[in-house]
Ligand binder design. Sequence first.
Ligand code: FAD
Ligand code: SF4
Length: 457
Amino acid sequence: MSQQKMPKQKPEERVKNFFEVALGFSKEQALLEAKRCLQCKKPFCVEGCPVQINIPAFIKLIAEGKFEEAIKKIKEKNNLPAVCGRVCPQETQCEAVCILNKKKMAINIGSLERFAADHETTTRKITGSNKATKSDKVAVVGSGPAGLTAAADLAKLEYNVTMFESLHLPGGVLMYGIPEFRLPKKIVLQEVEYIKSLGVDFRPNVLIGKTYTIDELFKQGFKAIFVAVGAGLPQFMRIPGENANRVYSANEFLTRMNLMKAYKFPEYATPINIGEKIAVVGAGNVAFDCARVAMRLGKDVTLVYRRSEQEMPARAEEIENAREEGLKFKLLTQPTEILVDDKGFVNGMKCLQMQLGEPDASGRRRPIPIKNSEFILDVDTVIVAIGQNPNPLLYKSTPKLKVNEEGTIWVDENLMTSIPGVFAGGDIITGADTVISAMGAGKKAAAAIDNYLKKVK
Ligand code: FAD
Ligand code: SF4
């Protein structure tokens, strides 16, 4: 049986709109793909999944046409399946270790997960029931995948949960970072609605560390706090000219576009001042998201990366999608200076050609400059997408919170910080990582908080 491929919008059409690129499996495709699964006795795919979904079991249920049961099986381990089916890097996780991957025919596990989740939301309204019977109040700080998962699990354990978020909408990176054409915001809001229906009280526009400190949350009666504030602090290249007009951090660019809907200006009142020729520096998911958003605004976009395609950290599917959409690549290229005109605007980017040497600490081959290879890239806008650091505001206002050298919050094996009753997880303890690993931390933290609260009674 042949491997089923996800249908997509045609590249020449999708590059002009913000609708979802991947259209999802039809019922027939899902059945055919599910029937290819060998139902291995020792399924490696489960070990490859960071939250250990029983993959063969849910695939078997799909193959039998039992879609409701399939999504129930997935939700035993994963509170956000419609999100994970769309954005998990399956090719390095479950699908990488699927036995059929030896013949490059791995089961399309992510597409099947998405199918089961979408089937549920299109056939019925998903609501939970508010069971908050316990008097203990728990605060969750940050509403990204780590915070949402912890809040849902704690609500299911019948705690009284309040989730604080500094932005006006919940979802963290799912809402402000990943663009609509990869993860429709309707999907994120559906998942959030489900979590609210479990009784979680969502408080937007509250910046913990400023509006209230951690100590004040305890004074308000919270017995435990989960800190899931993510890694939203942009890194810059530290090269001359980086303060020029029309140099953006990926964070600012994507937040304006996705959260504030600048691409719908003037319908939405968020302007963005960009030129016509845009360089996006970096090659992770964030860089590809910036590049593909800019292309959808009709701009001429070049992705600048100091290594080769093999070392790109972005999801393989997104690299392929971007290539199909006509993104230009300038590989083995390192920016050294942003040129600025007399009005303070970007007027080109000086770059060096690189070659690859031995692998560095990350295991990827180290880029080495080639002598006398300098050239100028003709661009008028630069978006810097070379990584994010942990958000420092909360720990700066909480001196008792121990912080590691790289700016992540220190936690013990149960995700408890140096302050008893305060737990942390997601990108704030790992640095920029993945949705599923943040969710895994949320799950672990909820269980640890439950244990802690039972002990301190
Ligand atoms: P976040 O999602 O960052 O959420 C943290 C939340 O805390 C935010 O809403 C923030 O506003 C809030 N907050 C911060 N400080 C405070 C405070 N003091 N008080 C109250 N609230 C606060 N991963 C994948 O697996 N696949 C992908 O395709 C993928 N693409 C990505 C694309 C982009 C553009 C980005 C930026 C990341 C991407 N990632 C992807 C990574 C993934 O999204 C993150 O690893 C994940 O969202 C981390 O979850 P989190 O809950 O720890 O933090
Ligand atoms: Fe099915 Fe592949 Fe998992 Fe085996 S490893 S159970 S074939 S998905």
